[in-house]
Design a protein around this ligand. Structure first.
Ligand SMILES: [Fe+2]
Length: 193
């Protein structure tokens, strides 16, 4: 069980992050992780999954060069529990750290993080500006179009599906469903910043 409250995690996040883009991303991943916890049968750990989602990019706004390393130092200073430190850091596996995702939650974070960015960018292209009416086949097209949201690494997303032992389509489908289910809650939380 996570011993850190959502408020404590939020206070820590906003100590080092002020840019609306980063706060929105943190809130989005927080909600997507909570949805996945419930979906995959880890409902009792949903708060843990959510806090990890909220804090996963803690260092990225100020220390992009030390991503997933500086965050460990910042969290240790604050006495954050090691399971949160490890889970957040390992989403940079193979990119900026050597810590491999092991727990299913860590694999989901690794797989879904970049994908939420791709889905969010695809939503902004739609007249509705929403994920509500987005279909899986349109998301698959955006995934294949390497020029679209080129900053969202297709290799990392595909690698995440592989870590989970899922077909890529399953990861796209579930993450889209997560963002659809959580869209209203995400907008409410972003609006309250
Ligand atoms: Fe992220």
């Amino acid at each position: 069980m996570v011993s850190m409250t959502r408020q404590q995690a939020w206070d820590l996040l906003t100590k080092y992050n002020q840019e609306p883009f980063h706060l929105r991303h943190a809130i989005t991943v927080e909600h997507v992780m909570g949805w996945y916890a419930r979906e995959l049968g880890y409902g009792e750990e949903a708060d843990f999954w959510s806090v990890v989602g909220l804090l996963h990019d803690l260092d990225f706004e100020r220390w992009p060069e030390e991503h997933c390393k500086k965050s460990q130092e910042l969290m240790r200073q604050e006495g954050v529990e090691e399971s949160i430190i490890r889970a957040t850091a390992c989403h940079g596996w193979g990119i900026c750290v050597d810590i491999k995702p092991e727990h299913e939650m860590e694999k989901v974070l690794f797989a879904a993080d970049e994908l939420t960015g791709l889905i969010g960018a695809a939503a902004l292209m739609r007249p509705s500006k929403s994920v509500a009416d987005m279909e899986l086949k349109s998301l698959k097209k955006k995934f294949k179009d390497k020029k679209f949201a080129a900053g969202c690494s297709r290799e990392v997303i595909a690698g995440g599906a592989e870590l989970l032992g899922w077909e890529l389509d399953k990861l796209l489908d579930l993450t889209l469903k997560a963002m659809q289910a959580e869209e209203a809650a995400i907008e409410t939380a972003v609006g309250a910043i």
